[in-house]
Design a protein around this ligand. Structure first.
Ligand SMILES: NC(=O)c1ccc[n+]([C@@H]2O[C@H](COP(=O)([O-])OP(=O)(O)OC[C@H]3O[C@@H](n4cnc5c(N)ncnc54)[C@H](OP(=O)(O)O)[C@@H]3O)[C@@H](O)[C@H]2O)c1
Length: 338
C-alpha cells in the first residue's frame, strides 16, 4: 500500500503534544527518510513553529484536504481526532499509524509491536494501531517467555508516569510540587486528587466491572498483540509522581516450568530488551535510567515460590519512546523496508 520511495512525506498529527514532540525527535534521531515533514495540531497552536533538523516548521490546522500527498501520518491527538481524521487520511492514500485508543480493538485494524507481531502489518488497510504504553513494554518482555514456556496468566501492577497523560499532567505535577514545597495551596485540574507526593490507583475512567479503562486495555490489547486469547491477564494500574518512565511489577504463570536463569537468558537475547538484574549490587531498572532510552529494561527476575510455574519480574521503559513515539516510528521503518 505504501509505494517505495527514496524519501517520504510524513505528517505528525498532535505535533505539539508530549508524544508528538517525541515523534519529531525520534524521526530525526533515527534518520527516517523524511523528504518533507508536515505538523498538525489544534487551532490553539496555529502560528506556532517546531524544530526538525534545525529547521523551523509551521504547525497547521487539519482540513479535509490536509492529507493529500502525505505518505505516512503519525497520529497522537486523542481518540476523537483519530476517529474523525484517520479514515480521511487513509482515504487520501496515506498510511496512518495511530497512537490513540480509537482503532486498537477494531478487528480490521492491526495492533502492532514490531518485536512481537510484525507479521500483522501485512494485512493493514490504511490504519495501523499503536498499543497502549503500559501494554507495549509488557508484551516486549512477555513474548520470548510465551514462545518458550507458554504463559497462562499474568498479574500486573503498574507505576505509571504523568507524561502518560500528556503535557498538562506534567505541568500539574511540577506546579503542585513547587506549591507544596513553598507551603502554598494546590490545584487539581488533570487528576481527581493531588499527584505530587501521592499515588493514585486510578488511570482513566472506571468501567462497570470495577476495573479502569487502562486496566482493561492491558488485558485486551495483550491478547490481540500476542494472538492468543487464552492468556489471562489481570491488572491494577497506578499513577505515580514520576515525570517519565512506566514501571511494572509482573507475576507470570507458565504452562512449562521455567527457571529465573532461563528467563534471564531468554530476555538477554530478545530484541529491544535489556536485562538489568544484579540485586546484590542493588542493580535493577529505574525510571530515571530509562528516560530517553529505546529499550525495555527488565530486572528483579525471580521464581514465585508460592506456585509451581511462576516468575516475578520488574519492567521499566520510557513511555514516550517505546510506549508511543518509537514504536510508531519502528512500524513506519518496517513498512518502508517491506
Ligand atoms: N503520553 C503517552 O505516553 C502516550 C502513550 C501512548 C499513546 N498516547 C496517546 O497519544 C495521544 C496524545 O497524547 P499526548 O500525551 O501527547 O497528549 P498531549 O500532550 O495532551 O497532546 C495532545 C496533542 O493533540 C493535539 N490536539 C488536541 N485537540 C486537537 C484538535 N482538535 N485538532 C488537532 N490536534 C489536536 C494537541 O494540540 P494543541 O497543542 O494545539 O492543543 C496536542 O498536539 C492520546 O491519544 C494518548 O492516548 C499517549
Amino acid at each position: 500500500m505504501l509505494r517505495k520511495k527514496e524519501k517520504y512525506v510524513v505528517a505528525v498529527v498532535g505535533a505539539t503534544g508530549a508524544v508528538g514532540n517525541e515523534m519529531i525527535a525520534t524521526l530525526e534521531q533515527r534518520e527516517f527518510p523524511v523528504g518533507k515533514l508536515r505538523l498538525f495540531a489544534s487551532e490553539r497552536s496555529a502560528g506556532k513553529t517546531l524544530e526538525f533538523r534545525s529547521e523551523k516548521l509551521p504547525v497547521e490546522v487539519i482540513t479535509e484536504s490536509s492529507f493529500k500527498g502525505i505518505d505516512i501520518a503519525l497520529f497522537s491527538a486523542g481518540a476523537e481526532r483519530s476517529r474523525i481524521w484517520a479514515p480521511v487520511a487513509a482515504q487520501s492514500g496515506c498510511v496512518v499509524i495511530d497512537n490513540s485508543s480509537q482503532w486498537r480493538m477494531d478487528p480490521g485494524v492491526p495492533l502492532v509491536v514490531p518485536e512481537v507481531n510484525p507479521h500483522d502489518l501485512n494485512w493493514h488497510k490504511g490504519i495501523i494501531a499503536n498499543p497502549n504504553c503500559s501494554t507495549i513494554q509488557m508484551v516486549v518482555a512477555l513474548k520470548p517467555i510465551h514462545d518458550s514456556a507458554k504463559i497462562r496468566r499474568v498479574v500486573v501492577t503498574t507505576f505509571q508516569a504523568v507524561s502518560g497523560t500528556g503535557k498538562k499532567a506534567m505541568e500539574e505535577l511540577m506546579q503542585q510540587t513547587a506549591d507544596l514545597l513553598s507551603f502554598r495551596g494546590i490545584q487539581c485540574n488533570v487528576y481527581p486528587h493531588q499527584i505530587a507526593f501521592n499515588v493514585l490507583p486510578q488511570i482513566d475512567k472506571f468501567l462497570d466491572n470495577g476495573y479502569t479503562k487502562e486496566e482493561m486495555k492491558m488485558v485486551n490489547e495483550t491478547r490481540k498483540i500476542m494472538g492468543d486469547n487464552s492468556i489471562r491477564v489481570t491488572a491494577t494500574t497506578v499513577r505515580v509522581p514520576v515525570f517519565r518512565g512506566h514501571s511494572e511489577a509482573l507475576n507470570i504463570e507458565t504452562e512449562r516450568k521455567i527457571t529465573a536463569n532461563e528467563v534471564r537468558e531468554l530476555l538477554s537475547r530478545a530484541p529491544g530488551v535489556i536485562v538489568f538484574d544484579a540485586p546484590e549490587k542493588s542493580v535493577y531498572p529505574l525510571p530515571i535510567h530509562c528516560d530517553g532510552k529505546d529499550e525495555v529494561f527488565v530486572g528483579r527476575i525471580r521464581e514465585d515460590e508460592s506456585i509451581d510455574n511462576g516468575i516475578n519480574m520488574w519492567i521499566v521503559s520510557d513511555n514516550l519512546r517505546k510506549g508511543a513515539a518509537l514504536n510508531a516510528v519502528q512500524i513506519a521503518e518496517y513498512l518502508i523496508k517491506e
